[in-house]
Design a protein around this ligand. Sequence first.
Ligand code: ARG
Length: 284
Amino acid sequence: MRRPLVRALAGALALLPAGLVAPLAVPAPAAADSVVVGGRPVRTAESPWVVALSSRDRFGGTRGGQFCGGVVVAPDRVMTAAHCLSRAVLGEEVRDVPDLRIISGRTELTGSGGVEVAVTDTWVSPQYDPVTNSADLALLTLADPLPASRVITVAPVGDPAYTPGTTASVYGWGDTTGEGAYATSLRAAQVSVLSDTTCHRAYPGGLDGRYIAATMLCAGDSRGGRDACQGDSGGPLVAKGRLIGLVSWGSGCGLAQSPGVYTRVSAVELPHGAVRGAQEATRV
Ligand code: ARG
Protein backbone atom coordinates (compact mmCIF):
# COMPACT_ATOMS: atom_id res chain seq x y z
CA MET A 1 0.00 0.00 0.00
CA ARG A 2 1.44 3.31 -1.04
CA ARG A 3 0.90 6.70 0.39
CA PRO A 4 -0.19 9.45 -1.99
CA LEU A 5 1.48 12.82 -1.78
CA VAL A 6 -1.58 14.51 -0.36
CA ARG A 7 -1.55 12.03 2.47
CA ALA A 8 2.15 12.57 3.03
CA LEU A 9 1.39 16.25 3.51
CA ALA A 10 -1.56 15.48 5.73
CA GLY A 11 0.85 13.51 7.88
CA ALA A 12 2.39 16.74 9.05
CA LEU A 13 -1.00 17.62 10.52
CA ALA A 14 -0.61 14.66 12.82
CA LEU A 15 1.78 16.87 14.76
CA LEU A 16 -0.98 19.22 15.86
CA PRO A 17 -1.30 19.81 19.62
CA ALA A 18 -4.30 17.53 19.90
CA GLY A 19 -1.74 14.77 19.50
CA LEU A 20 -3.73 13.21 16.70
CA VAL A 21 -2.40 9.99 15.34
CA ALA A 22 -1.56 10.15 11.63
CA PRO A 23 -5.05 10.04 10.14
CA LEU A 24 -4.11 7.63 7.39
CA ALA A 25 -1.44 5.45 8.89
CA VAL A 26 0.47 3.20 6.52
CA PRO A 27 1.91 -0.20 7.43
CA ALA A 28 5.39 0.02 8.90
CA PRO A 29 8.06 -0.95 6.38
CA ALA A 30 9.55 -4.34 7.07
CA ALA A 31 13.04 -3.10 7.83
CA ALA A 32 12.10 -0.05 9.90
CA ASP A 33 13.51 -0.56 13.34
CA SER A 34 14.72 2.43 14.53
CA VAL A 35 14.26 10.54 10.96
CA VAL A 36 14.22 9.18 10.18
CA VAL A 37 13.40 5.52 9.61
CA GLY A 38 16.32 3.09 9.92
CA GLY A 39 18.57 5.80 11.30
CA ARG A 40 21.04 6.21 14.13
CA PRO A 41 21.21 8.78 16.91
CA VAL A 42 23.46 11.75 16.16
CA ARG A 43 24.36 14.92 18.04
CA THR A 44 23.88 18.49 16.86
CA ALA A 45 27.52 19.10 17.88
CA GLU A 46 28.62 16.88 14.96
CA SER A 47 26.03 18.31 12.56
CA PRO A 48 25.69 21.91 13.82
CA TRP A 49 23.81 23.10 10.71
CA VAL A 50 20.69 20.99 11.48
CA VAL A 51 17.93 22.94 13.22
CA ALA A 52 14.36 22.25 14.29
CA LEU A 53 11.50 24.52 13.26
CA SER A 54 9.29 25.20 16.25
CA SER A 55 5.97 26.71 17.23
CA ARG A 56 4.64 25.68 20.62
CA ASP A 57 1.51 27.69 19.86
CA ARG A 58 0.74 25.48 16.85
CA PHE A 59 2.27 22.13 17.84
CA GLY A 60 2.41 22.04 21.64
CA GLY A 61 5.38 22.05 23.97
CA THR A 62 6.22 18.41 24.57
CA ARG A 63 8.83 18.23 21.79
CA GLY A 64 9.83 21.90 21.90
CA GLY A 65 7.13 22.69 19.36
CA GLN A 66 9.13 20.91 16.61
CA PHE A 67 7.22 20.40 13.35
CA CYS A 68 9.84 20.43 10.56
CA GLY A 69 13.58 20.47 10.04
CA GLY A 70 15.81 23.18 8.63
CA VAL A 71 19.45 23.88 7.85
CA VAL A 72 21.68 26.89 8.51
CA VAL A 73 22.93 28.29 5.17
CA ALA A 74 24.20 31.67 6.44
CA PRO A 75 24.58 32.96 10.04
CA ASP A 76 21.17 34.63 9.81
CA ARG A 77 19.42 32.31 7.31
CA VAL A 78 17.80 28.91 7.66
CA MET A 79 16.67 26.96 4.62
CA THR A 80 13.63 24.70 4.90
CA ALA A 81 10.85 23.24 2.76
CA ALA A 82 8.26 25.69 1.46
CA HIS A 83 5.47 23.29 2.40
CA CYS A 84 6.53 23.59 6.07
CA LEU A 85 5.28 27.19 6.01
CA SER A 86 1.96 26.36 4.33
CA ARG A 87 -1.44 26.81 5.89
CA ALA A 88 -1.98 23.06 5.41
CA VAL A 89 0.84 22.39 7.88
CA LEU A 90 0.52 25.38 10.23
CA GLY A 91 -3.27 25.69 10.26
CA GLU A 92 -2.68 29.45 9.87
CA GLU A 93 -0.88 31.75 7.51
CA VAL A 94 2.78 31.83 8.55
CA ARG A 95 2.54 35.56 9.38
CA ASP A 96 -0.11 34.69 11.96
CA VAL A 97 2.04 32.14 13.77
CA PRO A 98 3.08 34.12 16.85
CA ASP A 99 6.12 32.12 17.93
CA LEU A 100 7.85 30.70 14.86
CA ARG A 101 11.43 29.93 15.92
CA ILE A 102 14.37 27.78 15.05
CA ILE A 103 16.12 25.66 17.64
CA SER A 104 19.88 25.27 17.08
CA GLY A 105 22.26 23.05 19.04
CA ARG A 106 19.62 21.02 20.87
CA THR A 107 20.00 17.27 20.16
CA GLU A 108 17.27 16.33 22.63
CA LEU A 109 14.05 18.28 22.05
CA THR A 110 12.80 17.70 25.59
CA GLY A 111 15.92 19.41 26.96
CA SER A 112 16.90 23.07 27.06
CA GLY A 113 20.33 22.99 25.37
CA GLY A 114 21.32 25.21 22.46
CA VAL A 115 19.45 28.35 21.50
CA GLU A 116 16.02 29.31 20.25
CA VAL A 117 16.05 32.14 17.72
CA ALA A 118 13.02 34.07 16.51
CA VAL A 119 12.24 34.33 12.81
CA THR A 120 11.84 37.92 11.57
CA ASP A 121 11.11 37.23 7.90
CA THR A 122 10.20 34.37 5.59
CA TRP A 123 10.77 33.93 1.84
CA VAL A 124 9.10 31.17 -0.17
CA SER A 125 10.57 30.41 -3.60
CA PRO A 126 8.34 31.94 -6.28
CA GLN A 127 9.12 28.74 -8.23
CA TYR A 128 7.36 26.62 -5.54
CA ASP A 129 4.34 24.70 -6.82
CA PRO A 130 2.23 23.28 -3.98
CA VAL A 131 0.47 20.89 -6.35
CA THR A 132 3.57 19.10 -7.62
CA ASN A 133 5.87 20.12 -4.72
CA SER A 134 8.36 21.42 -7.28
CA ALA A 135 10.97 23.85 -5.84
CA ASP A 136 9.89 23.09 -2.26
CA LEU A 137 12.23 25.64 -0.66
CA ALA A 138 11.90 28.56 1.75
CA LEU A 139 14.28 30.77 3.72
CA LEU A 140 13.87 32.10 7.23
CA THR A 141 15.68 35.23 8.42
CA LEU A 142 16.83 34.98 12.02
CA ALA A 143 16.56 37.75 14.62
CA ASP A 144 20.07 37.00 15.87
CA PRO A 145 22.90 35.45 13.87
CA LEU A 146 24.28 32.02 14.71
CA PRO A 147 28.03 31.36 14.79
CA ALA A 148 29.55 31.00 11.30
CA SER A 149 30.78 27.53 12.33
CA ARG A 150 27.17 26.29 12.09
CA VAL A 151 26.80 27.19 8.40
CA ILE A 152 26.87 24.43 5.75
CA THR A 153 27.84 25.07 2.13
CA VAL A 154 25.03 24.72 -0.38
CA ALA A 155 26.03 22.50 -3.32
CA PRO A 156 26.27 24.47 -6.55
CA VAL A 157 24.81 23.38 -9.91
CA GLY A 158 26.81 20.47 -11.31
CA ASP A 159 28.29 19.52 -7.93
CA PRO A 160 29.58 15.91 -8.09
CA ALA A 161 27.76 15.30 -4.79
CA TYR A 162 24.61 14.90 -6.94
CA THR A 163 26.08 11.94 -8.88
CA PRO A 164 23.90 8.80 -8.56
CA GLY A 165 25.44 6.31 -6.16
CA THR A 166 26.82 9.02 -3.87
CA THR A 167 26.30 8.27 -0.18
CA ALA A 168 24.29 10.93 1.62
CA SER A 169 22.83 11.40 5.10
CA VAL A 170 19.44 12.78 6.01
CA TYR A 171 18.82 14.31 9.44
CA GLY A 172 15.69 14.91 11.48
CA TRP A 173 13.46 14.55 14.52
CA GLY A 174 10.61 13.00 12.51
CA ASP A 175 8.68 9.77 12.60
CA THR A 176 10.92 6.72 13.10
CA THR A 177 8.38 4.09 12.06
CA GLY A 178 5.94 5.54 9.52
CA GLU A 179 3.24 5.24 12.19
CA GLY A 180 3.54 8.52 14.04
CA ALA A 181 6.36 7.71 16.48
CA TYR A 182 8.08 11.10 16.54
CA ALA A 183 11.65 11.13 17.80
CA THR A 184 12.68 13.42 20.64
CA SER A 185 16.36 13.04 19.80
CA LEU A 186 18.05 13.86 16.49
CA ARG A 187 18.64 10.96 14.09
CA ALA A 188 20.35 10.47 10.76
CA ALA A 189 20.00 7.79 8.09
CA GLN A 190 22.40 6.93 5.31
CA VAL A 191 20.90 6.74 1.82
CA SER A 192 22.21 6.75 -1.77
CA VAL A 193 21.52 9.37 -4.39
CA LEU A 194 19.48 7.57 -7.08
CA SER A 195 19.42 8.15 -10.83
CA ASP A 196 16.67 10.22 -12.43
CA THR A 197 15.58 7.05 -14.28
CA THR A 198 15.03 5.23 -10.99
CA CYS A 199 13.21 8.23 -9.48
CA HIS A 200 10.93 8.61 -12.54
CA ARG A 201 10.12 4.91 -12.40
CA ALA A 202 9.18 5.16 -8.71
CA TYR A 203 7.06 8.29 -9.21
CA PRO A 204 5.71 8.38 -12.78
CA GLY A 205 2.76 10.60 -11.79
CA GLY A 206 -0.67 9.78 -10.49
CA LEU A 207 -1.57 9.10 -6.88
CA ASP A 208 1.97 8.54 -5.65
CA GLY A 209 3.21 11.81 -7.12
CA ARG A 210 5.44 12.79 -9.99
CA TYR A 211 9.21 13.10 -9.92
CA ILE A 212 10.48 16.29 -11.59
CA ALA A 213 14.22 15.96 -12.22
CA ALA A 214 14.81 19.68 -12.72
CA THR A 215 13.89 20.62 -9.16
CA MET A 216 13.97 17.33 -7.22
CA LEU A 217 16.32 14.49 -6.47
CA CYS A 218 15.51 11.17 -4.90
CA ALA A 219 17.52 9.05 -2.52
CA GLY A 220 17.02 5.78 -0.72
CA ASP A 221 18.26 2.35 -0.12
CA SER A 222 17.56 -0.53 -2.52
CA ARG A 223 16.41 -2.83 0.29
CA GLY A 224 14.24 -0.13 1.85
CA GLY A 225 14.28 0.60 5.56
CA ARG A 226 16.27 3.83 5.49
CA ASP A 227 14.48 7.05 4.72
CA ALA A 228 13.17 10.35 5.97
CA CYS A 229 9.57 10.39 7.17
CA GLN A 230 6.83 12.77 8.40
CA GLY A 231 8.24 15.55 10.56
CA ASP A 232 11.62 15.45 8.81
CA SER A 233 10.52 17.82 6.05
CA GLY A 234 12.79 20.77 5.43
CA GLY A 235 15.72 18.94 7.00
CA PRO A 236 19.03 18.47 5.22
CA LEU A 237 20.32 15.79 2.86
CA VAL A 238 24.11 16.11 3.01
CA ALA A 239 26.73 14.54 0.72
CA LYS A 240 30.48 15.23 0.58
CA GLY A 241 29.98 17.78 3.36
CA ARG A 242 27.61 19.91 1.29
CA LEU A 243 23.85 20.45 1.34
CA ILE A 244 22.28 18.77 -1.71
CA GLY A 245 18.63 18.35 -0.71
CA LEU A 246 15.78 19.19 1.65
CA VAL A 247 13.32 16.52 2.80
CA SER A 248 10.20 17.13 0.70
CA TRP A 249 7.91 14.15 0.09
CA GLY A 250 7.60 10.42 -0.52
CA SER A 251 5.15 7.57 -0.61
CA GLY A 252 5.15 5.89 2.79
CA CYS A 253 8.52 5.78 4.55
CA GLY A 254 11.40 3.39 3.96
CA LEU A 255 9.68 1.34 1.28
CA ALA A 256 12.17 -0.20 -1.16
CA GLN A 257 10.21 0.84 -4.26
CA SER A 258 9.39 4.36 -3.00
CA PRO A 259 12.50 6.42 -2.27
CA GLY A 260 12.45 9.76 -0.47
CA VAL A 261 12.12 12.83 -2.69
CA TYR A 262 14.14 15.93 -1.87
CA THR A 263 14.28 19.51 -3.11
CA ARG A 264 17.27 19.87 -5.44
CA VAL A 265 18.68 22.94 -3.66
CA SER A 266 21.12 23.86 -6.44
CA ALA A 267 18.20 24.24 -8.86
CA VAL A 268 16.24 26.84 -6.91
CA GLU A 269 17.13 30.46 -7.50
CA LEU A 270 17.80 32.26 -4.21
CA PRO A 271 17.45 35.96 -3.43
CA HIS A 272 20.66 37.78 -4.30
CA GLY A 273 23.26 37.58 -1.54
CA ALA A 274 21.06 35.47 0.77
CA VAL A 275 23.39 32.53 0.92
CA ARG A 276 27.08 33.25 0.86
CA GLY A 277 29.05 30.70 -1.06
CA ALA A 278 26.17 28.92 -2.74
CA GLN A 279 25.53 30.72 -5.98
CA GLU A 280 28.83 32.55 -5.87
CA ALA A 281 30.64 29.22 -5.90
CA THR A 282 29.16 28.45 -9.30
CA ARG A 283 31.02 31.42 -10.74
CA VAL A 284 34.44 30.44 -9.43
N1 ARG B 1 6.14 15.61 3.79
C1 ARG B 1 6.84 15.07 4.92
C2 ARG B 1 6.94 16.12 6.01
O1 ARG B 1 6.23 17.11 5.94
C3 ARG B 1 8.16 14.45 4.55
C4 ARG B 1 7.96 13.13 3.96
C5 ARG B 1 9.22 12.48 3.53
N2 ARG B 1 8.92 11.12 3.22
C6 ARG B 1 9.80 10.23 2.83
N3 ARG B 1 9.37 9.01 2.64
N4 ARG B 1 11.05 10.53 2.62
O2 ARG B 1 7.55 15.94 7.03
